[in-house]
Ligand binder design. Structure first.
Ligand code: CU
Length: 235
């Protein structure tokens, strides 16, 4: 049975595994809690029990059970912490020798994409900026792509569900995240933070394609967006 959308990033499967592990712990705790709550109700249904009494938890017997529950809970927390460590480290460390830097900025209500201009660097004068609803962000397949994440006015949250990448975008602050996508295709880029009345329409697309197609796409972008000064210099 497929519950999640297909994963297409290098680290997505690890995040799914962590999800299921956490889910497992929570389910066990949930079932035990329900049992503790409902078993006495069912058991004493017909008996004339006295008025409910209040336990302070100070007697040895009660204290023992409180401690056991606490230790089990703390242990599952530590197991999760231990299991997620490597995955987090991989995601937090931006790969060196990366292939492409792009800027993604949340605004009410679409994502703005900033490609490096011919100089290969973003945040310079020759950047190509695409600021349209439903627009596409093109990136090459099997490459480390670094995202510089920003927000214009309010909190947004970049969510590319097929990569399992979700990161808040915060006004006045830049967050760096990366992906490496292993399958060509078109994927949703959504916003996972209520950011205003048109939040639900904040939808763009991620187009993952071969390096050749991507180079071609960027070339046409440059031709379309060539600033007047540089085209006059070429003449
Ligand atoms: Cu938003």
């Amino acid at each position: 049975m497929k519950i999640f959308p297909e994963n297409v990033s290098t680290y997505g499967q690890e995040i799914d595994n962590l999800f299921w592990m956490t889910f497992g712990f929570v389910m066990v705790a949930f079932v035990i809690s329900l049992f503790v709550l409902f078993y006495p109700l069912v058991k004493n249904h017909h008996s004339k029990v006295k008025k409910a009494t209040y336990f302070t938890g100070e007697s040895k017997k009660h204290f023992r059970w409180i401690t056991i529950a606490l230790v089990i809970l703390a242990m599952s927390d530590f197991i999760i912490l231990f299991a997620e460590h490597d995955t987090w480290e991989r995601i937090e460390n931006i790969p060196t020798g990366n292939d492409l830097h792009v800027g993604i900025t949340g605004r009410q209500w679409n994502w703005i994409f900033t490609y490096p201009g011919p100089d290969g660097k973003i945040n310079t004068a020759d950047d190509v900026v695409i600021d349209e609803q439903n627009s596409e962000l093109h990136i090459p397949v099997n490459k480390n792509v670094i995202f510089e994440l920003r927000a214009k006015e309010v909190l947004h949250s970049l969510f590319i569900v097929n990569t399992r990448l979700k990161q808040d975008c915060i006004p006045g602050r830049m967050n760096t995240r990366w992906v490496n996508i292993t399958k060509e295709g078109t994927y949703d880029i959504s916003c996972a933070e209520i950011c205003g009345v048109m939040h639900s329409k904040m939808r763009n697309f991620l187009v993952v394609e071969s390096q050749e197609k991507f180079d071609q796409y960027v070339k046409t972008l440059y031709e379309k967006n060539a600033p007047a000064t540089s085209s006059s210099n070429n003449r």
